[in-house]
Write a protein that binds this ligand. Structure first.
Ligand SMILES: Nc1ncnc2c1ncn2[C@@H]1O[C@H](COP(=O)(O)OP(=O)(O)O)[C@@H](O)[C@H]1O
Ligand SMILES: [Mg+2]
Length: 769
């Protein structure tokens, strides 16, 4: 709770400042000298420099849209450009488009350039501005939202006109909603603040798009639609566009040059619909410069066309940081929807909200990875928990979507049971998710997944801050080749791994040793697990990398990362890893038992797969049965849930009682119950059992891992035997911050740099603007 918005500002400002400093230092430490440059002219007549960077530090991974400064070694010439394309392979060229109007380009020089990363303070500036607006401008949002954000949720007063909704809630060209989606839409339309939570593939984005459609139709308000990353915004933009609404997608200037699927909806391209502006812009591009008169006309016309387009739009889509763009600064947005809001830090979410918000919808899933915070101290101070999570802790209800449409039911079972209390139902049947025409040596064609046990060892990757595993890379290449030969197209395959070192090694290895044409391997996406959040592919291969006797499994032990990794595939999933080593970690042990019991824990070779004989440690229950706290916590939560949710009762015993948690559950059932979090009910249940309950225990997502699932975070499960109380009290003192969950958690017993650094590998300002 905060006394007022000044207090809120005083808490958050130093945090984002420190975070910005960490980020800036990292970026500015990236300097490359003696770089060879190849010059070329792009389609738009702009100069493009192509060059190869010797090594790229995973911490400051360069992203499309980022700015780099190119200079001659003697610094007599320098210029800034935007990255157009980042190579996948070390040794491939990066392309940098110089800014318009760059003078004296040394086109006949190719040697001896210096390349530096330019840190942009835009994100930080906009978050700071939002905090200031929040503090000083009482009209920047409704009083209701203002006091809720400060921690004083008010009784909902019905100031809104009652909205009459059609009986069937669907939007043109989008799937017909299921009942939990429909009720999410109904609740959100009638509420001033609503939270929509959903496991992967449950239609959060479809529901958001449908909701936006009805909000526009019902209220005629202009809706501001945001998400933390550009990719997420693009996906939602595409769906909203399908409904027939007038959508404008605002990209940051530096991002305009980067390709995307919804480019035709971008503000900068829509503006060229104006013939005069188009002509002037072409002229400017060709000659580099306009006459003073033309330049003046060009500028005023730009502003005019820009404002016309924006004010006639039904929906404006941009990233959270993009909402602070001066081009949309003059507009007021009464209705704001933020998709994937659990991946944004709180001040980031505030940017779109301080533009006059009276109705707010936050969409997300706290069981997947949260926002990336670079500075460990800042993460520990609470910046790594999102606004969504904090509002739940304050007692707001999240409406949960429960039917997933992505995965073959066999693929969703583990995630549902372990991460969503068994509540995740399947909207697709096995028949929908079998590719009968493909040829592949699945151990069981009915269950298109397996764990491929390999015993290769991990090694430090070239940069010294990440890991790779050659044996796993070889296996992944063989599986990939087999999939391609079996009739799967490269675009259908995704390869994921938690480590940047392995990611780049895999790309190189496949292309150099794969027996099929190199083009096929190049067309396959290879990404870090974190970067793949929010994405899906028909077939996913995961390389676990970690394989050592004593050092632990690093990143892999974050349950949220495992959840993300397991839920990307639609038709088939293959995990490549060292079963014996991974099984030392209790959560992975459960996963491996799950595979083993289904006859899907395999030893190779690929052409003659056979059930593995590896000895897995005995399963530890997925909760700590000894101290009261642990049992109390789990059962109270579940009791409260089951009181409200038909169908959970039976599952509950699978979770809390004996036996394997996956026993008895039929993953093939199709259900569609409506489900919401009811903190009040949990509170009542706590009261009924007459035990004190700290606020942070009211809702599972507010707990640190130790608090809620102590078995998950301890190396080899050993600490779990020492009792729960220690972990509990420590966790409680961390209270609501959820800090230990993010970066700090990872630094744990591995105690080396690589973890922290790889964790942040996918973070780059570039993608957030
Ligand atoms: N009610 C529905 N009926 C049929 N398919 C649906 C429905 N809701 C979502 N889907 C499909 O499920 C997939 C995942 O939806 P998406 O909105 O991207 O989920 P999320 O944002 O929760 O990951 C998409 O292919 C989408 O078309
Ligand atoms: Mg989505």
């Amino acid at each position: 709770r905060y006394d007022d918005a000044y207090h809120y500002q005083r808490i958050f400002l130093p945090l984002i400042k420190q975070e910005a400093d960490t980020d800036r230092k990292l970026k500015e430490s990236q300097v490359y000298e003696h770089v060879m440059v190849r010059w070329d002219t792009g389609l738009n007549k702009r100069q493009i420099a192509y060059f190869v960077l010797p090594r790229v530090d995973v911490d400051a991974k360069i992203m499309p849209g980022d700015e780099l400064r190119l200079s001659t070694l003697d610094r007599t010439w320098d210029a800034v450009g935007n990255v157009l394309k980042v190579p996948d392979n070390i040794g491939d060229e990066l392309s940098l488009q110089l800014k318009l109007g760059t003078k004296n380009i040394p086109l006949d020089t190719s040697n001896g350039f210096r390349v530096e990363c330019v840190w942009k303070s835009t994100s930080f500036d906009r978050m700071r501005n939002a905090l200031t607006t929040f503090a000083i401008d009482s009209n920047c949002m409704s009083h209701y939202i203002y006091s809720t954000l400060l921690g004083y949720p008010m009784r909902e007063t019905n100031t809104n006109r009652p909205v009459v909704l059609p009986r069937r809630i669907t939007a043109p060209n989008l799937p017909e909603l299921n009942s939990s989606q429909v009720s999410a839409v109904r609740i959100a339309i009638g509420s001033q603040i609503s939270l929509i939570q959903g496991p992967p593939g449950t239609g959060k984005t479809v529901t958001s798009a449908t909701l936006v459609y009805h909000l526009v139709k019902a209220t005629r308000a202009k809706v501001l639609v945001c998400a933390p990353s550009n990719i997420a915004v693009d996906q939602l933009t595409e769906k909203i566009h399908k409904t027939g609404l007038k959508v404008v997608r605002v990209y940051s200037k530096s991002r305009e040059v980067v390709e995307s699927t919804v480019q035709f909806l971008s503000l900068h391209l829509q503006m060229l619909g104006n013939a005069e502006l188009n002509k002037l812009q072409k002229l400017k591009g060709e000659t580099g410069e306009l006459s003073d008169k033309d330049e003046r006309r060009y500028r005023s016309l730009r502003v005019q066309v820009e404002q016309e387009l924006l004010s006639s739009a039904d929906v404006v889509c941009t990233t959270c940081v993009g909402a602070g763009d001066p081009r949309i600064g003059k507009l007021k947005f009464r209705v704001v929807l933020i998709d994937e809001s659990t991946q944004a830090i709180e001040p980031e979410c505030l940017i779109p909200i301080v533009m006059g918000c009276k109705q707010l919808v936050l969409v997300g899933d706290h069981c997947q990875l949260g926002p990336v915070v670079m500075s460990k101290d800042v993460a520990a101070a609470g910046l790594s928990s999102s606004m969504f999570e904090r509002l739940i802790a304050l007692g707001l209800r999240a409406h949960r979507l429960q039917v997933q449409y992505r995965m073959h039911p066999i693929l969703s079972a583990f995630s549902s049971n372990i991460f969503y209390e068994g509540s995740l139902q399947n909207g697709v049947s096995p028949v929908d998710r079998i590719m009968s025409e493909m040829e592949f040596p699945w151990p069981n064609i009915e269950k298109p997944m397996f764990f491929f046990n390999t015993c290769g060892s991990e090694e430090l990757a070239g940069s010294g801050t990440s890991f790779l595993n050659r044996a796993e890379a070889q296996t992944v290449e063989k599986i990939t080749t087999q999939l391609l030969k079996g009739g799967v197209k490269p675009e259908q395959i995704g390869i994921i791994t938690p480590y940047e070192g392995q990611r780049s090694f895999l790309v190189q290895h496949m292309q150099s040793t794969g027996s099929l044409p190199i083009k096929l391997y190049q067309a396959i996406e290879v990404a870090s697990v974190d970067a793949f959040q929010g994405r899906e592919k028909d077939f996913v291969i995961m390389s676990c990398v970690r394989s050592n006797e004593h050092q632990g499994i690093g990143f892999l032990k974050d349950p949220r990362r495992l959840n993300v990794a397991l839920t990307r595939a639609k038709y088939g999933l293959i995990i490549v890893g060292n079963a014996k080593i991974l099984a030392k970690q209790p959560l992975w042990n459960h996963l491996l038992h799950h595979f083993a019991e289904s006859g899907l824990l395999m030893d190779g070779p690929l052409t003659r797969l056979h059930p593995s004989t590896v000895d897995l440690p005995k399963l530890k229950r997925l909760h700590n049965p000894t101290p009261v706290g642990g049992r109390y916590l789990e059962s109270t939560l579940l009791e409260a849930h089951s009181a409200l949710m038909p169908g959970v009762e039976s599952r509950r015993h699978n979770m809390v009682g004996g036996g394997h948690p996956l026993a008895h559950i039929d993953p093939m059932t199709l259900h569609d119950p409506v489900h919401a979090f009811y903190p009040d009910a949990i509170r009542r249940a706590a009261a009924a059992t007459n035990m004190q309950m700290p606020a942070c225990l009211l809702i599972p997502n507010m707990l640190t891992q130790e608090q809620f699932m102590p078995w998950m975070m301890v190396p080899g499960g050993r600490q779990a035997d020492r009792g729960y109380s220690q972990g509990m009290s420590q966790g409680m003192s961390q209270g609501l911050s959820q800090a230990s969950y993010n970066l700090s958690q990872n630094s744990g017993y591995m105690g080396n740099l690589s973890q922290g650094s790889d964790y942040s590998a996918q973070m780059s300002q570039g993608d957030y603007m």
